[in-house]
Design a protein around this ligand. Structure first.
Ligand code: R5P
Length: 295
């Protein structure tokens, strides 16, 4: 039997892109809330004896995790031979250790939850900071798709003489990969975070910006404070025009306003649907799915 690509309702476009690349049938689950707030799920296709890809929405995870687990359980219960989870944004990854006594290590617990229910996972640029790789969280094969080639193409088409800037040490991995693809220089600043919105950014030097336009690149845009403080630092070093690119447009309340006041362009990849999505990684995710389904 051929593969079946099933998506959460908000993932219709990525689901169709994966199906086209895999030459497979596709559908989206029927999902709604019962009057008491519980989630209703129905799979409108037959997954029996088929390798199924489930394309999940895991941004705002507290709203979407139960629906994802119910959809996967339904696919299994209806006889799917295997389930590959595509989660373009993998949530809870930043709480990857106990910073204060008694805290939940959420990255580990959420990973455990997914790990038990699917055969493999595909995600885009997961936030791996203190962890060396997804294999430290998952026992199933967990595959990373890098957004760097798509981000580099957007920068090459939009910004003259760019210098790629990472706002903090964690972002060095994305900033350096994008700079390498662009054959452009890169700089990494230093960040200290003392609260959800309290961020200080230092480092860099004026010479790195000479005759170059800075493009800040980070994985997650949440409150936006990391990029706002990094922009202030770059202005003090002499930057005039500033652009920023985030892989995952989490955009907590107030972030879009904050960033639009600060930057010439604020753009993101389409791992989370948002007005700032100007860079598509759907083709990269679909290609990786097709590769994995044929091996
Ligand atoms: C942190 O380590 C991440 O790479 C991002 O820099 C961070 O999550 C951005 O958060 P915010 O937009 O709230 O500053």
């Amino acid at each position: 039997m051929s593969s079946l690509i099933v998506g959460a309702p908000s993932q219709a476009s990525l689901t169709a892109a994966i199906a086209a690349q895999c030459h497979a049938e596709h559908c989206v689950v029927e999902q709604r809330r019962f009057p008491d707030g519980e989630t209703y799920i129905r799979v409108p296709a037959d997954p029996a004896d088929r390798d199924v890809v489930y394309v999940a929405e895991l941004a705002r995870p507290d709203q979407h995790l139960i629906g994802t687990l119910l959809a996967i359980a339904t696919l299994r219960d209806m006889g799917a031979r295997s389930v590959t989870l595509v989660a373009p944004y993998l949530p809870y990854m930043r709480q990857d250790r106990r910073f204060r006594d008694g805290e939940a290590i959420s990255a580990r617990y959420v990973a455990n939850l997914l790990d038990q229910h699917v055969d493999q996972l595909i995600t885009v640029d997961p936030h791996l900071h203190r962890l060396g790789g997804l294999d430290e969280l998952f026992t199933i094969p967990a595959h990373r798709v890098a957004a760097a080639p798509a981000i580099a193409t957007w920068i090459a088409n939009t910004v003259q003489n760019p210098v790629v800037v990472g706002p903090d040490a964690e972002s060095a991995q994305w900033a350096n990969a994008v700079a390498e693809a662009l054959r452009a220089p890169s700089v990494v600043l230093t960040k200290e975070r003392s609260g959800d919105h309290e961020v200080a950014v230092t480092g860099g030097h004026a010479d790195a910006l000479k005759e170059h336009t800075p493009v800040l690149v980070d994985d997650i845009i949440s409150s936006g404070m990391t990029l706002v403080r990094a922009a202030e630092r770059l202005r003090r070093l002499g930057a005039a025009e500033l652009h920023c690119v985030g892989v995952h447009a989490v955009f907590a309340a107030g972030a879009a306003e904050r960033l639009n006041e600060t930057f010439h362009h604020v753009v993101s990849c389409d791992t989370i649907a948002h007005d700032s999505n100007a860079i598509s990684v759907h083709a990269l995710v679909a290609a990786r799915c097709a590769e994995l389904l044929t091996t």
